[in-house]
Design a protein around this ligand. Structure first.
Ligand code: PBG
Length: 331
């Protein structure tokens, strides 16, 4: 806890707020494009394919994803997080498409790396975009997700991603032990520079709704993810998850969703002192956009305020669908 002296007799807080120059001089946090990770959806079509529940966000073709990488470099956005939309035809029970070295994600990674090698590429390691049932792992007949069998698939998926040029893999599946398994596979295969951003504290949240539309898993999803994602009521559990993932070899950790879980961002960043990334998820974006479209809030202002709040809470970066828009504003 910060200790405050007993009194500041002659201090008037308003003196420090009277004009922009003194507000910026006395300010505690800054937001720059370097704090942003741009969340980008790709699909196998030629045209942009809008996502109804994410106004302003389209699924991009591989070609346009390469252009987005160039755009990120121009705007000073350090990294892109890539998410695939696989049509129903490409999905099956075991999510086999996730392991295809010539699949959509590997092709997009190669195109993006060729176009802008300076931009970091982050991939989502989980099976939900590829399974016909929409779960992040395999699904047994009794409705459970087998942890270790799923982890084996995730390891292969992560290897496919780094083989195609991913700099950071981000396992978002919440299986136990997957960080350690991926790390040892990377060591064995010589991927010693590739990083792991663990979705360490990932909650079973209703805020993921528009994302599930975007990757086409919403209609398919059987049941919910409460047996592997965290209970929104818990906070200490998040610290245990983070500790485990770090011990297993994660380089960075993530808290997700973002704004409703800022207390977790704050606890994790101060307890562990490792790069802590917050994910401003699809439902958070959609809420802001919808209210702005109705004229109920000033969308630009709330976008910038929400992003700054992550910095104040101690996040070193934010995955956000606002990245391009915010970076343009930050100029
Ligand atoms: C799962 C994954 C999800 C998100 C990112 N990776 C959804 C889920 O767990 O169902 C959600 C992101 C968002 O809502 O923006 N692989």
């Amino acid at each position: 806890m910060t200790q405050f002296p007993q009194a500041f007799p002659a201090t008037r807080m308003r003196r420090l707020r009277q004009a922009p120059w003194i507000r910026s001089l006395a300010g505690e946090n800054v937001l720059t494009p370097a704090d942003l990770i741009w969340a980008v959806f790709v699909h196998d079509g030629e045209d942009r394919m809008p996502v109804g529940s994410l106004p302003g966000i389209d699924r991009l073709s591989v070609k346009d994803a390469a252009k987005a990488a160039i755009r990120a470099r121009e705007l000073g956005i350090p990294a892109i997080a890539l998410f695939p939309y696989i049509g129903a035809d490409g999905k099956d029970e075991t999510g086999s498409g996730a392991l295809d070295p010539d699949g959509l994600v590997p092709r997009a990674l190669k195109a993006m790396k060729d176009a802008a090698p300076e931009v970091g590429l982050i991939t989502d390691v989980a099976l939900d975009a590829y399974t016909s049932h929409g779960h992040d792992g395999l699904l047994d007949e009794d409705g459970t997700i087998p942890n270790d069998a799923t982890t084996e698939k995730l390891v292969q998926q992560a290897l496919v991603h780094v083989g195609a040029g991913a700099d950071i893999v981000a396992p978002s599946d919440m299986m136990d032990g997957r960080i350690g398994a991926i790390r040892s596979a990377f060591e064995e295969e010589g991927f010693t520079n590739q990083m792991i951003l663990a979705y360490a504290a990932k909650y079973a949240s209703g805020f993921y709704g528009p994302y599930r539309d975007a990757i086409g898993s919403a209609a398919a999803l059987k049941g919910d993810k409460k047996t592997y994602q965290q209970d929104p009521a818990n906070s200490d559990e998040a610290l245990r998850e983070v500790a485990l993932d770090l011990a297993e070899g994660a380089d960075m950790v993530m808290v997700k969703p973002g704004l409703p879980y800022l207390d977790i961002v704050q606890r994790v960043s101060s307890a562990f002192g490792v790069p802590t990334i917050a994910y401003q998820v699809s439902g958070e974006y959609a809420q802001i956009k919808a209210a702005a479209q109705n004229g109920w809030i000033d969308g630009d202002r709330v976008m910038m305020e929400s992003l700054m709040c992550f910095k104040r809470a101690g996040a070193s970066g934010v995955i956000t669908y606002f990245a391009e828009e915010a970076a343009v504003k930050l100029g």
